[in-house]
Design a protein around this ligand. Structure first.
Ligand code: ATP
Length: 244
């Protein structure tokens, strides 16, 4: 794997009034790497994703993507540059079919519908949801929606994919299936950052992991080493879902 840094987050801070949701955080993502981002509820993980994807502007600090500072850019500009993301709460176009939802992502780079459709169908196939492509968003189950959400992000053909707790709300059997799909996505060589409370996902997929606690970075290492870190163990006491 190349050690070239595709994303560099440098001394990033986000304040909401008196609260520092992200407090002077510096992290990086290497090209082709899968990075885990973990931490208790309210640690600042999604706020960090929101800044990387342009949904929120940082209070201070910089974010460099492929050599270009992006912290002042708008979300659609960042998406066009090559950062795709999913959201914790999937928000499908309920009256559109699954294919049309994914097409919405593909059209960003392929203005000709026929071209966009080809891209969308390829990704839908990889996500194992071809049989649902004519099903309306409103009729999809949670696991199907999660797959659709990942497909929609991949349809923008990102260089970096940000996955925000895609396992949330799924049962153990569904998690196993989605983990296999995530493994397939990783094998395409795309650079990924995963926020996830299910440690098995981080242990299986992540090459490295960062731990946030109350906005601050408290550990960075391999997933195995990170989980043995005393500060991590301390901050996870009472976080039952981290055990499984
Ligand atoms: P979870 O695992 O529960 O999703 P998280 O690590 O993603 O948590 P964030 O959602 O980033 O945490 O929240 C970090 C802190 O910032 C929390 O205290 C949260 O209440 C606060 N926060 C997040 N967004 C806003 C906002 N728009 N306005 C005010 N406070 C916010």
């Amino acid at each position: 794997m190349s050690e070239e840094r595709i994303i560099v987050v440098d001394h990033l801070t986000k304040r909401f009034g008196g609260l520092k949701a992200v407090d002077d955080v510096s992290i990086h993502l290497n090209r082709g790497e899968t990075l885990g981002l973990i931490g208790a509820n309210g640690a600042g993980k999604t706020t960090l994703f929101n800044m990387i994807s342009g949904v929120l502007k940082p209070t201070s600090g910089t974010i460099t993507f492929d050599g270009v500072e992006i912290q002042k850019k708008k979300a659609h500009e960042i998406c066009k540059m090559g950062i795709g993301r999913t959201y914790q709460i999937v928000q499908p176009f309920t009256t559109l079919t699954l294919l049309e939802n994914v097409l919405a992502g593909a059209l960003m780079r392929h203005p000709r519908v026929a071209d966009a459709r080809e891209v969308a169908e390829g990704i839908i196939d990889m996500l194992g949801i071809s049989h649902l492509k004519n099903t309306k968003g409103a009729s999809l189950t949670l696991i199907q929606l999660k797959r659709m959400e990942i497909a929609r992000a991949l349809a923008t053909e990102p260089k970096v994919l940000l996955l925000d707790e895609v396992m949330a709300g799924l049962n153990p059997g569904e998690r196993v299936e989605l983990l296999e799909t995530m493994q397939k996505i990783k094998e395409t060589g795309i650079s990924i950052i995963i926020i996830e409370h299910i440690m098995k996902v981080i242990m299986t997929l992540a090459d490295r992991a960062y731990v946030l606690n109350q906005g601050c970075l408290i550990a960075e290492d391999t997933p195995q080493k990170v989980m043995e870190h005393p500060d991590v163990i301390k901050s996870y006491i009472g976080e039952r879902h981290y055990a499984s």
